[in-house]
Design a binder for this molecule. Structure first.
Ligand SMILES: *Cc1c(COP(=O)(O)O)cnc(C)c1O
Length: 433
């Protein structure tokens, strides 16, 4: 390690709070699927800024839009003086959000802030308070969203008391079925856990909404069977409960579709979007049914920076890149290829218990023994560190920390992908010894 890098790590330790976790890469440049470290070492990025740069680091369309916007307006606050970029982005988002009914959108800054607002809107529209979430869910780190999030360490420990009126049921996690059944003979009994919860956990009369990630992100890239969300949504409809999709991680091309819920053919009442929507800039949104979105009174929603002009312009450019540069199609093809390659790896490395996900949002769940399925978090850590050393940035996830996930930019080249896969192959062999 160079002296320059060592100095930066020392300054970080003295100035930045310990609770803000960091790896050891010190980035000075990023382009496409590559991050360059202060020491000149290049890394292939399978983290994509945690699912933020589906269109690639410093996508030229996004950079151009930011520069152009910076010359005109940096900030007025939409509540003080409107600007076209906010309106144009909302128009685009209500076109993207599923459903052939009238829709509205509102813009915020982070995924957590958008989730909070979706819950506020659902409560206002229904006059009910309860929120049903899932075990393994991740919805953010603010007080309300941390309370919705499932995993205690590191997200919740010591940060209570949590927000009230939050109830939790197990998800459709087939590899570790909460009912001990097997798909498809299971009859999707896990979806009935929702209606069963109305008896002992939360009366349907008190539930404003169910919020679900189509493919769970931090919780382990869990993608339910095709019958699951339609069944959940039916139960919601029968009980006047809104269904909210948290597409913060799964949206904007991540699963080979613009929005992941398209895989299930379900039309949520509200959709929460962030991460790759902004192409690297902090912006988020809630979009959905006009009658619900318009329920809160004037002044009830918003914030100083929500839908900032520079961020809104970047988001419009990122969406244009996805649509006009065929990145969604490219992502779908990448997903088909990756899933086959990962299944090949699974045949050779018994430590891979399951390969799962949708499109290029894929995960390898590592286990010590494929029969007992005992989670292998230490091995996942070893793999991440082996790969980092060889120039590949990987992220783990899952409630046990034993799942390796892929969030690479969709613009990754053939050559970069092959190199990354061979590093993973070597790494898997190394940790299996
Ligand atoms: C990352 C994430 C969030 C929180 O987004 P922030 O921008 O970090 O606040 C919410 N939901 C899901 C599904 C996420 O992956």
């Amino acid at each position: 390690m160079s002296q320059v890098k060592q100095d930066l790590l020392n300054r970080r330790a003295k100035a930045v709070a310990k609770g803000v976790s960091t790896g050891t890469v010190v980035a000075v440049k990023a382009e496409g699927a590559i991050i360059t470290d202060v020491d000149g070492k290049e890394y292939i990025d399978f983290a994509g800024g945690i699912g933020v740069v589906n269109v690639g680091h410093n996508n030229p369309r996004v950079v151009e839009a930011i520069k152009k916007q910076a010359d005109n307006i940096l900030h007025t606050c939409f509540h003080v003086a409107m600007y076209e970029e906010y309106i144009a982005l909302c128009e685009k988002l209500i076109e993207i959000a599923p459903g052939d009914f009238e829709k509205r959108a509102a813009l915020f800054n982070s995924g957590a802030e958008a989730v909070e607002n979706a819950i506020k809107i659902a409560r206002h529209a229904t006059g009910k308070q309860g929120v049903m979430v899932f075990e393994n869910a991740f919805h953010g780190r603010t007080l309300l969203t941390m309370s919705l999030t499932s995993k205690i360490k590191p997200y919740k420990l010591g940060f209570g008391p949590y927000a009230p009126e939050i109830y939790r049921i197990p998800p459709a996690y087939c590899y570790r079925c909460p009912l001990g059944r097997e798909y498809p003979t299971c009859d999707i009994g896990c979806a009935d856990l929702l209606s069963k919860s109305f008896i002992g956990r939360a009366a349907a009369e008190n539930l404003a909404c169910v919020i679900a990630e189509p493919v769970m992100g931090e919780g382990g890239f869990i993608a339910p069977p095709k019958e699951y969300f339609p069944k959940i949504q039916n139960i919601c409809r029968e009980n006047d409960i809104l269904f909210i999709a948290d597409e913060v991680q799964s949206g904007f091309g991540r699963t080979g579709r613009m929005l992941a819920m398209e895989h299930w053919g379900v039309v949520p009442d509200l959709t929460v979007m962030a991460k790759s929507m902004g192409g690297g800039m902090p912006i988020s949104a809630v979009a959905g049914r006009a009658d619900i979105m318009d329920a809160p009174h004037v002044g009830g929603l918003g914030g100083t920076y929500g839908g900032n002009p520079v961020c809104a312009s970047a988001a419009l450019a990122a969406i244009a890149a996805l649509e006009e540069d065929n990145l969604i199609q490219k992502g779908a093809e990448l997903g088909d290829k990756l899933v086959n390659r990962f299944k090949e790896l699974q045949e050779r490395h018994a430590i891979i218990g399951e390969v799962r996900g949708k499109g290029p949002m894929l995960a390898l769940e590592l286990v010590l023994d494929p029969k007992t399925k005992e989670p292998a978090p230490a091995k996942a850590k070893e793999l991440v560190s082996y790969c980092l050393d060889k120039g590949l940035i990987l992220l783990s996830c899952g409630n046990f920390g034993n799942v390796i996930r892929t969030l690479m930019p969709l613009v990754i080249t053939e050559e970069q992908l092959e190199k990354a896969l061979s590093i993973m192959d070597e790494g898997l062999a190394s940790i299996s010894q």
